[in-house]
Design a protein around this ligand. Structure first.
Ligand code: CP
Length: 309
């Protein structure tokens, strides 16, 4: 039986390096498969999705992924059109969705929401973003992108830039990087520094520096992972306005980077990467979004097939 069969994906912390590498191998296999053979992998399986927060990439890449492996999807992307509006609880909604499907993908604004759902659901739950806490499938996609584009993860110098306080992808990515030998530089406005309580375990695994100055390490980084300032999570708009536009990666800054530095972003972006960077060979964020479809298809193939594919 494969390690992922019938299991939830709640936190990247639940995975060993070997398990992550196993997902990457299956993703490579998924990408190489003939599309007709690919459609046999989850033929007749149903994925349901329940999104209490907006999404473009995560929801649609899951929908695209399950379709590509022969399954189908149903779900709620606009919570205002569901019985939640009549007062139905998260627990009851999850219970119902798990009756109608083989695997449930949940995004919710509360930390712990996916863990809670997994205790109620009769089917595996995949965390598609829980509060400011975790976005594990994004981290798997990010690690896979680094590995594909840099041919390795060990030994890399990785800068993580932007909203490190509220950006959940950052916490999942750091936990994932904890399985590798990397040097991490965290760059953020003072008020958006990483939450030290949330990286207590990570601190034991990777060495990192913290800075407000993006130019400090920029000429030495192999990967620049840019994040959006998460306006929706600020308790006070005034505080958001103080840090809005703190870092903008433009062609001027790109010239200070190494020739082969790659720029990643979980997206959506606002103004933190200038659009004229998109056409450079360093911009890998749209490729990263494409890899997300294949990493998710691989994860679904493993969760829904006892012996993998
Ligand atoms: N990266 C990401 O989670 O994007 P969406 O919010 O569009 O799903």
């Amino acid at each position: 039986m494969n390690d992922f069969f019938n299991k939830d994906i709640i936190s990247i912390k639940d995975y060993t390096r070997d398990q992550l590498e196993n997902i990457f191998e299956y993703t490579d296999k998924m990408m190489a498969l003939d599309p007709i053979k690919r459609r046999e992998i989850c033929k007749g399986k149903t994925l349901s999705y329940l999104f209490y927060e907006p999404s473009t990439r995560t929801r649609l890449s899951f929908e695209s992924a399950i379709a590509s492996i022969g399954g189908n999807s149903l779900g709620i992307s606009d919570i205002s059109s569901s019985s939640t509006q009549k007062g139905e609880s998260l627990g009851d909604t999850v219970k119902i969705m798990s009756i109608y499907s083989d695997v449930l993908v949940l995004r919710h604004p509360l930390d712990g929401s996916s863990r809670f759902a997994s205790e109620i659901s009769s089917k595996p739950v995949i965390n598609a973003g829980s509060g400011t806490e975790e976005h594990p499938t994004q981290a798997i996609q990010d690690l896979f992108t680094i590995k594909k584009e840099k041919k390795k993860i060990d030994g890399l110098k990785i800068g993580i830039v932007g909203d490190l306080k509220y950006g959940r992808t950052v916490y999942s990515l750091l936990s994932g990087l904890g399985n590798y030998d990397v040097e991490v530089h965290l760059i953020s406005p003072e008020s958006l520094r990483i939450r030290s309580d949330s990286i207590y375990d990570i601190k034991k695994k990777i060495s990192f520096t913290e800075s407000t100055d993006i130019e400090e390490h920029i000429d030495d980084l192999d990967v620049v992972y840019v994040t959006r300032i998460q306006k929706e999570r600020f308790p006070d708009e005034e505080e958001y306005l103080k840090v809005k536009g703190s870092y903008i990666i433009g062609l001027d800054l790109l010239q200070k980077m190494k020739d082969d530095t790659i720029i990643l972003h979980p997206l959506p972006r606002l103004d933190e990467i200038a659009t004229d960077v998109d056409k450079t060979k360093n911009a890998k964020y749209f490729q990263q979004a494409e890899y997300g479809k294949y990493t998710r298809a691989a994860m679904l193939g493993l969760i829904l097939n006892e012996n993998g594919f």
